[in-house]
Design a protein around this ligand. Structure first.
Ligand code: NAP
Length: 528
């Protein structure tokens, strides 16, 4: 049942006076439940409990954490239709998407469970002592990854399950040994509360310490600011706008003890279509891209907002074909009136720039909160001179840049801001000819795609979902896949520590049978 209250560990609390409701964009009306924003006292209680829980949770075994994570997945599935119906009523997204995202959330939780049950993820590194070394003896040094402490996770508006309450950031932080306090996203507070209740049930069933997880409601920026400023919070995970992510990064840097903020923010995801591919298949590419641009009303961080090619008859054909395909697609609802308003105003700002031409625009009347898609085009020189055109328009918007030459294409790519992805469409081995452009692209993005679309982010160990700023605040880490656990840990060394007092991961006998680096060799063997 959705109460509209905060979860301070396993205590349900609503002592504040500020309330709000979520919104059904399909029906264009508020949902019924009243949510109460967390007070400063409730925030302090959640953080203090998390800090207390950390003392125990930090050294809980990988197998126990795996049981906790798998039980969260089971409890989420047990929410069944109530979760799916709430998700749809708070987002306007269809049931298929809700179920798909639930599947992804459960898969992520189980992947982290498998990772920590096996245990090698801590990257145990052992250099044994050499007492006879001259001129000085060498100590025994052993290193592993240890958790940072309580983590604050900001739920993402565009992924109410997979990147929110029990999403990738939360699953990774809990797997690493960090308690989590979620700053619930106001647009899907009911979905968030249901998932929070599943996490609390799982924590109780698996005897996790009280305060290992809390869920706080908020409908403004204050709760998030207070959480990020709290001295007992040790790291932050965020998905959303550049403005929001940057504000939190700056706030965290100004603290007496600065802490890391792992924010995944905006991206226009450049797509380069090389000449031979345009010659061979401009029609099918236009069809594929019309679908990718409008997928989920363009509300994906990997949406292709920028398509680049070298001026030619074929590029003109592609652009016209893309325009005629895109207006054939039925518009769909955006997540919330605020996102629609942001889309409209960012679109208006882009369209006001001189030299930007509209080639395809869905003009029929649509329901309230529906996004109408648009394709524009611009000359390479104009694009280079006006960085406003480089900014993300979050929604079903894309811009085709007509470059004068390969040299201009390379220059544009090298001047783009950091991006999550870059895509190259190419035929007949033309890639080597464009090596400088591909090199420039690699320097700007976190993931490079060949002959595909950037939308659709596979959850697997080799995935990188991040990139140079402002795609993310720290390009060394991914927000998707099991490697995202590395954001919530720090390396720690023991020097000449007694074997029996070392964590199991570093003991001579290797009781967990994990892979370790011992004197430079990877092995599961024990140390004699
Ligand atoms: P947002 O405005 O960045 O907000 C995300 C979360 O951060 C919300 O919970 C918000 O709190 C909080 N927040 C924002 N600014 C803050 C600040 N200065 N201090 C403390 N907390 C702050 O993103 P959104 O609500 O998800 O969507 C709005 C826009 O973000 C979209 O129109 C889109 O442009 C962009 N967006 C981009 C991506 C992407 O992947 N590229 C994904 C989602 C959204 P409150 O809501 O409570 O104010």
């Amino acid at each position: 049942m959705i109460t509209g209250k905060n979860y301070i560990g396993d205590v349900i609390s609503a002592s504040g006076g500020k309330t709000y409701k979520t919104f059904n964009p399909e029906l264009n009306e508020e949902n019924n439940t009243v949510f109460t924003e967390a007070t400063q006292e409730e925030i302090n209680n959640a953080v203090s409990l998390a800090s207390q829980a950390f003392k125990e949770y930090r050294s809980i075994s990988g197998k126990q954490k795996a049981t906790f994570l798998n039980t969260i997945a089971d409890e989420i599935l047990a929410l069944d239709n109530e979760l799916i119906e709430t998700y749809c009523s708070e987002t306007g997204l269809p049931e298929g998407r809700a179920k798909g995202e639930r599947g992804r959330t459960v898969f992520q939780l189980r992947s982290f469970a498998e990772l920590v049950a096996e245990g090698s993820w801590v990257e145990a590194t052992i250099d044994t002592a050499i007492p006879t070394r001259e001129p000085l003896p060498k100590s025994d040094i052993r290193k592993l990854s240890i958790p940072l402490g309580p983590v604050v996770v900001f739920g993402a508006s565009n992924f109410p399950l997979a990147y929110s309450t029990a999403g990738g950031d939360t699953a990774a932080a809990l797997a690493s040994g960090c308690p989590v306090i979620v700053k619930s996203h106001p647009m899907h507070a009911g979905t968030g509360e249901l998932v929070a209740s599943a996490i609390i049930k799982a924590a109780e069933k698996t005897n996790m310490p009280k305060g290992v997880f809390s869920n706080l409601n908020s409908s403004g920026i204050e709760v998030g600011q207070q959480l990020v400023s709290h001295p007992k919070v040790k790291a932050v995970g965020f998905t959303g706008s550049i403005r929001g992510g940057r504000a939190l990064l700056d706030l965290a840097a100004k603290r007496e003890e600065p802490i890391p903020v792992f924010a995944e923010m905006g991206s226009v995801n450049p797509v380069i279509i090389l000449p031979k591919a345009l010659q061979n298949r401009s029609e099918s590419l236009a069809n594929t891209y019309a679908n990718s641009i409008t997928l989920g009303a363009g509300q994906f961080c990997t949406n292709p907002g920028l398509i680049l090619g070298i001026k030619s008859e074929e590029l003109t054909n592609f652009t016209n074909e893309l325009a005629s395909n895109i207006v054939e697609i039925s518009p769909s609802s955006m997540l919330h009136p605020n996102i629609v308003a942001a889309y409209e105003s960012n679109k208006e700002k882009a369209l006001a720039q001189s030299g930007l031409i509209v080639v395809g625009n869905y003009e029929d009347e649509v329901q309230s909160n529906y996004a109408t898609q648009i394709v524009t085009t611009v000359e390479g020189k104009t694009f280079l001179e006006n960085t406003t055109l480089h900014q993300e328009v979050f929604g079903p918007f894309s811009m085709v840049v007509q470059c004068e030459s390969a040299a201009q294409l390379e220059k544009i790519i090298s001047q783009l801001e950091g991006q999550l992805t870059g895509t190259v469409i190419s035929d007949e081995n033309e890639l080597p000819e464009y090596k400088p452009t591909i090199d420039a692209l690699q320097n700007r993005v976190g993931r490079i795609i060949f002959n595909g679309v950037p939308t659709g982010v596979e959850v697997c160990p080799s995935m990188v979902h991040g990139g140079p700023y402002p795609a993310s605040t720290d390009s060394r880490f991914t927000a998707v896949g099991i490697d995202s656990i590395k954001r919530w840990v720090r390396p720690f060394s023991y020097q000449d520590w007694p074997n029996e007092l070392l964590p199991d991961e570093l003991k001579n006998e290797n009781p967990l049978q994990i892979s370790r680096s011992v004197n430079g060799n990877f092995t599961k063997s024990n140390i004699e």
